[in-house]
Ligand binder design. Structure first.
Ligand SMILES: C[S@@+](CC[C@H](N)C(=O)[O-])C[C@H]1O[C@@H](n2cnc3c(N)ncnc32)[C@H](O)[C@@H]1O
Length: 786
């Protein structure tokens, strides 16, 4: 364990601690920064701090000691800055002044934070380490100039959190924020990819990174072998400038590499090349596509000049590179320089992506196959190279491998889904494979209305139509689907003003996207819609639904008007009421229970398949590729699949959660316990009877939560006293499910002779419900907190 140095003046001496007899590592050396130097011919514009400044050292060590001995964590890149002068240089490089709003990633002990606050900035800090977040809070707690969020920056939706903050702090005048950070080295590329496209939020980003990384980012010469797609990305979105080197001795603990400060001047989104608007046609005749820049003959001449045919097809491109994997089925977009004052129509870069019509899988599969074609003949580079045609054209065509790591640099750096080991064919569609999953991010406070006693074949659209007479039923699914990943990915394609799209709930299938001609976002939305069955907003489970209405008063009226009306082909009397959860003060967020069972078991709990048509053999077929199955049981609208080996169950869970079974996106979790753990009187011997999903069987056994010979109300999530008689959690009061008690959805939770699952299954079922608890259980706390 690394112990911290004491507070004595430098060179610090470790203070004796009787509690820790272990030998202490040597204290950090006195901090100093070396003067900058030219590296690989790049100008270093700022000379770094002089040595001998120790304030930073003292305050850093004091802070670290202030809350007991905090051991810096390597996994979090906790190398604290000991030299206040470097912090001041960072602040100066960003030109931070009074009234600026600055995003600081990883404030750590708060030494850079202090420098930022001293410069008069308001700091929005994101710190992953709880301990350090508390520490900084304690240190600056009383000031309104600082807001600390305990979060992982790579998973944090910067835009939606920062923009309202920025607006508030700049008193609703249009202002850009800045980023200043001594970044943990291990997330620097990710952070750069995340923040650089936010030219509408940030004006400048000054980062202290690993020297080598800073050099790589700042590399603007395409003739060097180091030139990579990340450079295209960086130069597309910003003007990078290597500032100065910071020697490793300035950090505690001392890293194995030196650091360097780099600044990125973010381009305004208006300065990006018109990648999408210029290239809408299916047939990518450059002559035609570039018509808005200059006349066809000029384009032809310019293209001939650089040896590029007017019809840029993938096979043509393939002649330039052997790397293209699948020429057929791709369309090609490419872009001009973006400047109408550039009559030659220089080709700066181009995108190839699968033709929207050919995409057979939703959005996350687009990315693994995203192909980028980069063709440069950029006047800017030309100027630096002193030769406009050198090189005349450069292609780099690559197809991202499905499992390429996020830092693999395989494309232009759009945030991408987490790699999975499954083959693309088996890759689950939703929800887990979309980064962020199907999170209920936009409506944590929206109260669902319970609508019960529906026909089995009731349609979501019918229910939506019924409720929408009284107000707006939330049916837009994009807000559920858009993780920050997708939003950031989408934003460059969206029309101005983008600020109107800062909140997730505002990111919808926006007409502007269509008008931009960028089909694939719209297409994705449509694909996602069709992939999701049932859509989330009105989650239809057999015989009951949860309906989300925008306005609670409308929902109240809907309840008032619709409760007990006859509905559907069979004229059933509906039960419409607020869900109990919300009536009783809302358990959401208060639950101490874990949201879903993460303890691996051999048995998987499966819901959301088609309860009418799905047979055991369908489930078997779907699941048996992951290992030997010992048993499959279907219960109403949920099922249990038991494997002989627990590892197989884990593989199956990974492979099938969110996969599509007979056009339904199923949800899979571990069951709380395996079948062979007999509890609650449940007998696995009864399995034989349970194999049929035939609903008549269930009714025959009268285990129905919906009861017999009575109005079918909501299923019993409550105590389930009388068999065959539905219990709505209030002893006969037929209401919506009581989510507070762990009982079976089958009705009597003791009625296990009939094969109803033990109590714990109810819990699983509830928490896995895609429309109600599912998203909640998957929703990260951060969304709830905000
Ligand atoms: C290199 S230290 C810098 C600390 C401080 N700014 C300084 O200059 O001394 C990096 C800080 O980032 C935090 N951190 C690491 N990974 C992070 C992440 N993914 N999101 C937010 N903060 C992170 C660490 O806990 C640590 O406090």
């Amino acid at each position: 364990m690394v112990a911290l140095p004491s507070l004595s003046p430098p060179p610090p001496r470790p203070s004796p601690s009787p509690a820790t007899p272990r030998r202490r590592p040597p204290p950090p050396p006195p901090p100093h920064a070396t003067p900058s130097h030219r590296v690989r011919s790049r100008p270093a514009t700022v000379v770094s701090a002089a040595s001998g400044v120790t304030d930073g050292y003292h305050s850093t060590i004091r802070s670290l000691n202030s809350r007991g001995r905090h051991v810096p964590r390597k996994s979090l890149g906790q190398n604290y800055m000991l030299n206040s002068k470097v912090n001041e240089e960072l602040v100066a490089a960003a030109g931070v002044e009074e009234g600026d709003v600055v995003l600081e990633i990883g404030p750590g002990t708060g030494s850079l934070t202090a420098a930022l606050l001293d410069a008069g900035a308001t700091v929005f800090a994101v710190e992953k380490d709880k301990h350090m977040a508390t520490l900084v809070n304690d240190r600056f707690g009383s000031t309104e100039q600082l807001k600390i969020i305990e979060e992982d920056i790579t998973k944090f939706n910067v835009r939606s959190h920062l923009l309202p903050f920025l607006e508030e702090k700049s008193h609703h005048t249009r202002k850009y924020a800045k980023v200043v950070s001594n970044l943990p080295f291990n997330v620097s590329t990710e952070v750069v990819k995340l923040l650089l496209p936010m030219g509408d939020v940030f004006s400048v980003m000054v980062l202290l990174l690993q020297d080598e990384t800073a050099l790589r980012f700042a590399d603007a010469s395409i003739q060097t072998p180091e030139y990579r797609p990340i450079n295209v990305f960086v130069n597309f979105y910003s003007e990078p400038e290597y500032k100065f080197k910071v020697e490793r001795t300035n950090f505690f603990p001392q890293p194995k590499v030196d650091g360097a400060v780099i600044s990125f001047k973010l381009k305004n989104s208006g300065d990006y090349p018109p990648v999408n608007s210029a290239f809408n046609g299916k047939r990518k005749m450059l002559r035609k596509s570039l018509q808005h820049l200059c006349s066809s003959s000029e384009i032809e001449a310019a293209l001939a000049n650089i040896g590029l045919p007017v019809t840029l097809t993938l096979p043509v491109l393939a002649r330039f590179s052997p790397v293209v994997a699948r020429p057929s089925g791709f369309s090609c977009n490419n872009s001009g320089d973006g400047s109408s004052s550039s009559p030659t129509g220089h080709c700066r870069w181009a995108h190839i992506h699968p033709a929207p019509g050919k995409i057979s899988t939703p959005i996350q599969l687009i990315h693994p196959h995203l192909v980028h074609v980069v063709a440069y003949k950029n006047p800017h580079y030309a100027a630096t190279d002193q030769s406009p045609l050198s090189p005349p054209l450069r292609f780099s065509i690559r197809r991202r491998r499905p499992n390429q790591s996020p830092r693999g640099g395989g494309d232009l750096g759009f945030p991408r889904p987490r790699p999975r080991r499954l083959s693309p064919r088996r890759r689950p569609l939703l929800p887990s494979s979309i980064p962020g999953g199907l999170r209920r991010v936009a409506c944590p406070k929206m109260r669902p209305v319970f609508c019960g006693n529906l026909d089995y074949d009731a349609r979501q659209s019918e229910i939506e139509r019924l409720f929408s007479k009284y107000g707006r039923v939330e049916r837009d699914i994009m807000e559920h689907l858009c993780s920050s990943w997708m939003m950031d990915w989408a934003l460059p394609f969206l029309p101005e003003p983008r600020s109107s799209l800062v909140h997730l709930q505002e990111l919808r299938v926006h007409p502007g996207i269509c008008s931009l001609g960028n089909n694939h976002l719209v297409n994705d939305a449509l694909l996602l819609r069709s992939a999701l069955h049932p859509p989330l907003r009105c989650t239809l489970l057999p015989r009951f639904a949860f309906v989300y209405m925008e306005d609670e008063r409308d929902a109240d009226e809907a309840i008032h008007r619709l409760d007990r009306i006859e509905f559907g082909r069979k004229g059933r009397r509906l039960r419409v009421e607020w869900t109990k959860e919300d009536r009783s003060g809302g358990r959401r967020g208060n639950s101490k229970r874990s949201p879903n069972n993460t303890r691996p078991t051999k048995t998987l709990f499966v819901i959301n398949f088609d309860p009418i048509n799905t047979r055991t053999r369908d489930l078997e077929r779907h699941f048996d590729q992951y290992g030997k199955i010992s048993n499959v049981r279907i219960r109403r609208n949920f099922a249990f699949v038991q494997y002989e080996l627990q590892e197989d169950a884990t593989k199956a869970l990974e492979g099938t959660n969110g996969s599509t079974l007979m056009d339904r996106v199923i949800s899979v979790e571990y069951a709380l316990r395996d079948d062979d753990e007999k509890r609650n009187g449940y007998s696995p011997e009864r399995r034989g009877r349970d194999r049929s999903p035939d609903r008549r069987d269930y009714r025959g056994r009268s285990a129905s939560p919906y009861g017999r010979g009575r109005e079918r109300g909501s299923p019993d999530y409550g105590r389930g006293r009388e068999r065959g008689s539905p219990d709505y959690g209030r002893g006969g009061d037929r209401g919506s499910p009581d989510y507070h008690r762990g009982a079976s959805p089958q009705g009597g939770n003791k009625g296990d002779e009939r094969g109803s699952p033990p109590n714990n299954y109810d819990r699983e079922r509830r928490e896995a419900s895609p429309g109600y608890d599912g998203p909640r259980s998957r929703s990260p706390a951060r969304y709830e907190r905000e």
